[in-house]
Write a protein that binds this ligand. Structure first.
Ligand code: GRF
Length: 189
Protein backbone atom coordinates (compact mmCIF):
# COMPACT_ATOMS: atom_id res chain seq x y z
CA UNK A 1 0.00 0.00 0.00
CA UNK A 2 1.37 3.42 -1.00
CA UNK A 3 1.83 6.15 1.61
CA UNK A 4 0.72 9.70 0.89
CA UNK A 5 0.89 12.91 2.92
CA UNK A 6 -1.49 15.88 2.86
CA UNK A 7 -0.23 19.44 3.52
CA UNK A 8 -2.88 21.95 4.65
CA UNK A 9 -3.16 25.22 6.55
CA UNK A 10 -6.86 25.88 7.03
CA UNK A 11 -10.31 24.34 7.19
CA UNK A 12 -9.40 21.06 5.58
CA UNK A 13 -12.54 20.34 3.56
CA UNK A 14 -10.32 18.86 0.83
CA UNK A 15 -8.40 16.85 3.43
CA UNK A 16 -11.78 15.56 4.58
CA UNK A 17 -12.80 14.55 1.05
CA UNK A 18 -9.48 12.77 0.47
CA UNK A 19 -9.63 11.06 3.87
CA UNK A 20 -13.13 9.71 3.17
CA UNK A 21 -12.17 8.54 -0.32
CA UNK A 22 -9.34 6.56 1.27
CA UNK A 23 -11.63 5.27 4.03
CA UNK A 24 -14.25 3.98 1.58
CA UNK A 25 -11.60 2.27 -0.55
CA UNK A 26 -11.90 4.57 -3.56
CA UNK A 27 -8.21 5.53 -3.25
CA UNK A 28 -5.95 2.63 -2.42
CA UNK A 29 -3.38 4.24 -0.10
CA UNK A 30 -2.61 5.29 3.47
CA UNK A 31 -2.68 8.91 4.55
CA UNK A 32 0.44 8.55 6.66
CA UNK A 33 0.78 12.15 7.75
CA UNK A 34 -0.87 15.57 7.78
CA UNK A 35 1.61 18.44 7.66
CA UNK A 36 0.42 21.88 8.72
CA UNK A 37 2.07 25.25 9.25
CA UNK A 38 -0.85 26.28 11.51
CA UNK A 39 -0.82 24.41 14.79
CA UNK A 40 -4.34 25.57 15.72
CA UNK A 41 -6.02 25.05 12.37
CA UNK A 42 -9.21 23.09 11.95
CA UNK A 43 -7.46 20.64 9.65
CA UNK A 44 -5.04 19.68 12.45
CA UNK A 45 -7.97 19.01 14.77
CA UNK A 46 -9.70 16.93 12.07
CA UNK A 47 -6.59 14.84 11.41
CA UNK A 48 -6.14 14.15 15.13
CA UNK A 49 -9.82 13.18 15.45
CA UNK A 50 -9.38 10.75 12.55
CA UNK A 51 -6.21 9.30 14.08
CA UNK A 52 -3.95 10.55 11.29
CA UNK A 53 -0.38 11.44 12.41
CA UNK A 54 0.21 15.18 12.43
CA UNK A 55 3.37 17.24 12.01
CA UNK A 56 2.36 20.83 12.83
CA UNK A 57 4.96 23.56 12.99
CA UNK A 58 5.41 27.33 13.16
CA UNK A 59 7.70 28.74 10.51
CA UNK A 60 8.88 31.37 12.99
CA UNK A 61 10.49 28.65 15.12
CA UNK A 62 12.96 27.97 12.27
CA UNK A 63 15.61 30.18 10.80
CA UNK A 64 14.72 29.31 7.20
CA UNK A 65 12.36 27.37 4.92
CA UNK A 66 15.22 24.98 4.32
CA UNK A 67 15.28 24.12 8.04
CA UNK A 68 11.59 23.29 8.41
CA UNK A 69 11.43 21.51 5.07
CA UNK A 70 14.39 19.39 6.11
CA UNK A 71 12.45 18.31 9.18
CA UNK A 72 9.30 17.66 7.13
CA UNK A 73 11.40 15.58 4.72
CA UNK A 74 12.62 13.46 7.62
CA UNK A 75 9.03 12.89 8.77
CA UNK A 76 8.01 11.91 5.22
CA UNK A 77 10.94 9.58 4.65
CA UNK A 78 10.49 7.79 7.97
CA UNK A 79 6.93 6.92 6.86
CA UNK A 80 7.84 5.96 3.29
CA UNK A 81 5.71 8.74 1.80
CA UNK A 82 5.73 8.66 -2.02
CA UNK A 83 3.26 11.42 -2.87
CA UNK A 84 2.58 14.84 -1.36
CA UNK A 85 -0.85 16.37 -1.81
CA UNK A 86 -1.24 20.09 -1.10
CA UNK A 87 -4.76 20.99 -0.02
CA UNK A 88 -4.86 24.65 0.94
CA UNK A 89 -1.23 24.81 2.11
CA UNK A 90 -0.48 28.52 2.13
CA UNK A 91 3.27 28.36 1.44
CA UNK A 92 5.45 27.92 -1.59
CA UNK A 93 7.29 24.60 -1.60
CA UNK A 94 11.07 25.07 -1.52
CA UNK A 95 14.02 23.31 -3.05
CA UNK A 96 14.47 20.75 -0.29
CA UNK A 97 11.07 19.12 -0.91
CA UNK A 98 10.98 19.77 -4.67
CA UNK A 99 14.28 17.93 -5.11
CA UNK A 100 13.22 15.05 -2.85
CA UNK A 101 9.81 14.65 -4.56
CA UNK A 102 10.17 15.50 -8.28
CA UNK A 103 6.72 15.34 -10.00
CA UNK A 104 5.40 13.85 -6.80
CA UNK A 105 3.76 16.96 -5.35
CA UNK A 106 0.22 17.92 -6.38
CA UNK A 107 -1.83 21.03 -5.72
CA UNK A 108 -5.44 22.07 -6.19
CA UNK A 109 -6.29 25.65 -7.12
CA UNK A 110 -9.73 27.29 -7.36
CA UNK A 111 -9.46 28.68 -10.92
CA UNK A 112 -8.82 27.54 -14.44
CA UNK A 113 -5.05 28.09 -14.45
CA UNK A 114 -3.20 29.98 -15.86
CA UNK A 115 -6.01 32.41 -14.95
CA UNK A 116 -6.12 33.87 -11.44
CA UNK A 117 -2.95 32.48 -9.88
CA UNK A 118 -2.13 33.11 -6.24
CA UNK A 119 -4.34 34.28 -3.41
CA UNK A 120 -8.12 34.72 -3.56
CA UNK A 121 -8.67 33.24 -7.01
CA UNK A 122 -12.44 33.43 -6.52
CA UNK A 123 -12.23 37.15 -5.69
CA UNK A 124 -10.03 37.69 -8.73
CA UNK A 125 -12.59 35.96 -10.99
CA UNK A 126 -15.40 38.05 -9.47
CA UNK A 127 -13.65 41.38 -9.94
CA UNK A 128 -12.86 40.35 -13.50
CA UNK A 129 -16.59 39.67 -14.13
CA UNK A 130 -15.60 36.21 -15.37
CA UNK A 131 -18.46 34.07 -16.69
CA UNK A 132 -16.50 30.86 -16.33
CA UNK A 133 -14.00 29.82 -13.70
CA UNK A 134 -13.25 26.40 -12.24
CA UNK A 135 -10.72 24.17 -10.52
CA UNK A 136 -7.26 22.96 -11.54
CA UNK A 137 -5.16 20.10 -10.20
CA UNK A 138 -1.50 20.49 -11.17
CA UNK A 139 2.01 19.35 -10.36
CA UNK A 140 3.95 21.71 -8.12
CA UNK A 141 7.09 23.47 -9.29
CA UNK A 142 9.04 26.38 -7.81
CA UNK A 143 6.49 28.97 -9.00
CA UNK A 144 3.13 30.03 -7.60
CA UNK A 145 0.47 27.83 -9.29
CA UNK A 146 2.65 27.44 -12.40
CA UNK A 147 3.26 23.67 -12.58
CA UNK A 148 2.04 21.32 -15.30
CA UNK A 149 -1.74 20.98 -15.36
CA UNK A 150 -3.14 17.49 -14.73
CA UNK A 151 -6.91 18.04 -14.81
CA UNK A 152 -9.36 20.95 -14.85
CA UNK A 153 -13.08 21.34 -14.45
CA UNK A 154 -15.08 24.39 -15.45
CA UNK A 155 -17.76 26.17 -13.45
CA UNK A 156 -20.23 28.56 -15.05
CA UNK A 157 -20.63 31.44 -12.59
CA UNK A 158 -22.55 33.77 -14.88
CA UNK A 159 -25.75 33.27 -12.87
CA UNK A 160 -24.15 33.22 -9.42
CA UNK A 161 -24.37 36.44 -7.50
CA UNK A 162 -22.57 35.84 -4.22
CA UNK A 163 -19.09 34.76 -3.25
CA UNK A 164 -20.64 32.13 -0.95
CA UNK A 165 -22.49 30.52 -3.84
CA UNK A 166 -19.36 30.45 -6.03
CA UNK A 167 -17.18 29.07 -3.22
CA UNK A 168 -19.77 26.42 -2.37
CA UNK A 169 -19.80 25.22 -5.99
CA UNK A 170 -16.00 25.41 -6.31
CA UNK A 171 -15.64 23.22 -3.23
CA UNK A 172 -18.21 20.75 -4.59
CA UNK A 173 -16.04 20.32 -7.69
CA UNK A 174 -12.81 20.14 -5.67
CA UNK A 175 -14.12 17.38 -3.42
CA UNK A 176 -14.85 15.18 -6.46
CA UNK A 177 -11.95 16.15 -8.69
CA UNK A 178 -9.05 15.88 -6.23
CA UNK A 179 -9.81 12.32 -5.03
CA UNK A 180 -10.28 11.27 -8.68
CA UNK A 181 -6.85 12.62 -9.68
CA UNK A 182 -5.12 11.28 -6.56
CA UNK A 183 -6.58 7.82 -7.22
CA UNK A 184 -5.15 7.85 -10.75
CA UNK A 185 -1.70 9.11 -9.65
CA UNK A 186 -1.49 6.64 -6.76
CA UNK A 187 -2.23 3.78 -9.18
CA UNK A 188 0.72 4.93 -11.32
CA UNK A 189 3.22 5.17 -8.45
C1 GRF B 1 -9.29 25.23 -1.68
O1 GRF B 1 -10.20 26.06 -2.31
C2 GRF B 1 -8.11 24.94 -2.58
O2 GRF B 1 -8.42 25.01 -3.93
C3 GRF B 1 -7.14 26.04 -2.22
O3 GRF B 1 -7.31 26.24 -0.84
C4 GRF B 1 -8.64 25.89 -0.47
C5 GRF B 1 -8.55 24.96 0.71
O4 GRF B 1 -9.80 24.72 1.27
N1 GRF B 1 -5.79 25.67 -2.59
P1 GRF B 1 -9.98 23.61 2.38
O5 GRF B 1 -9.06 23.99 3.56
O6 GRF B 1 -9.62 22.29 1.78
O7 GRF B 1 -11.44 23.69 2.79
Amino acid sequence: MKNICVFASGTGSNFDAIYHSVLNGEINCNISLLVSDRKNSLVVKKAKDYGVDVFAFSAKDYSSKKDFEFEIKRELESRGVELIVLAGYMRLIGDTLLKAYPRKILNIHPSLLPNYKGKDAVGQAMSDNAKITGVTVHYVDEGMDTGEIIMQEELDISNMDSRDEIEFNIHKIEHQLYPKVIKKIVEEL
